[in-house]
Design a protein around this ligand. Structure first.
Ligand code: ADP
Ligand code: MG
Length: 281
């Protein structure tokens, strides 16, 4: 679905007059592959390059060096930009900046309409997309009256209506309360598991990464760690050195283990911890 080869991204810094004064290397030799249908989480502290990477997947930025292919489409080819954006939809942090329609269903129909999808087909897609994120009953409402989590689900519906193979979500839950966060993550999970849409979720909530097929941890523009959630969250000290947490229950299990209890590293859920504690006795 995605192939990144030796990607480097330099931003040009400018002085007060707007003249180039230097460069910032935001991505430093990134190589990675994502298989179709995977649920990927990308973690990393602020400034590690996550958003820059996300923008490369949507052809919003172009490689300084190296290359990015989205479903085989090379982002360096200007003629492919619209195909790429249609293949990999993007959901951003702030739902208020993404909703433009006055009515939910109209907002969701905007993308397919711009793509020239026939009217009847647009209505089918709007219905199916709103149902997929659990927002169908709000289709006649004004987006202004929705909660943050509901708005974000409408944004996701707007992306789904364009029938992307892949959705890149850049901290989609950062501005939401816990229940809105859970709804958005569950909607993403459902799209992945039931529709086979590849999901790339950038988040700083470790709990949201637990169910990913694979995690990439970024640091200073590089992929510092990669593996399954269990592999990544087993490496508690390394994560802490990168100024990242592990899920609370993982940390508790790690601490108990250090104190001498015989439980494995990489406990991800309360059930697993209970099992590990009771199983040994
Ligand atoms: P993250 O999303 O992980 O917080 P970003 O990709 O936003 O990281 O930023 C990576 C680095 O690139 C940071 O050092 C940031 O300051 C820099 N950067 C991001 N956007 C720009 C820009 N438009 N111009 C110059 N530097 C930028
Ligand atoms: Mg960011």
């Amino acid at each position: 679905m995605i192939k990144i080869s030796r990607l480097i991204h330099d931003y040009i810094q400018r002085d007060e007059e707007g003249n180039p004064s230097g460069t910032i290397r935001a991505l430093d030799d990134i190589s990675l592959d994502v298989e179709p249908g995977q649920f990927i989480a990308i973690l990393g502290h602020n400034g590690s390059g996550k958003s820059t990477l996300a923008k490369h997947l949507n052809a919003l930025l172009f490689p300084t060096e190296g290359a990015v292919w989205v479903n085989g489409l090379d982002t360096r080819d200007q003629n492919l930009i619209w195909d790429i954006r249609q293949t990999a939809g993007m959901v951003f942090q702030n739902p208020d900046n993404q909703i433009i329609g006055q009515v939910v269903e109209e907002d969701v129909g905007f993308g397919p309409e711009n793509m020239g999808v026939p009217t009847q087909e647009i209505w089918n897609r709007v219905e199916e997309s709103l149902k997929a994120v659990g927002m169908y009953e709000y289709r006649k409402k004004s987006p202004n009256r929705l909660s943050g989590g509901q708005k974000q689900r409408v944004s996701i519906a707007g992306v789904i209506a364009m029938h992307p193979r892949c959705i890149v979500m850049d901290e989609p839950t950062a501005m939401l309360d816990p229940s809105g966060r859970a709804d958005v993550i569950n909607a993403a999970m459902t799209l992945n598991r039931e529709e086979g849409i590849t999901i790339i979720l950038i988040t700083h909530y470790m709990e949201e990464a637990i169910r990913a097929d694979r995690i990439f941890v970024m640091d200073e523009g590089k992929v510092a760690m990669q593996g399954t959630p269990r592999e990544i969250f087993s490496r508690v000290e390394e994560m802490q050195a990168l100024h990242l947490d592990v899920p609370q229950v993982t940390l508790l299990a790690h601490t108990l283990r250090q104190r001498g209890l015989s439980i494995p590293e990489g406990i991800l859920t309360r059930e697993e911890l209970a099992e590990a504690l009771l199983g040994g006795n």
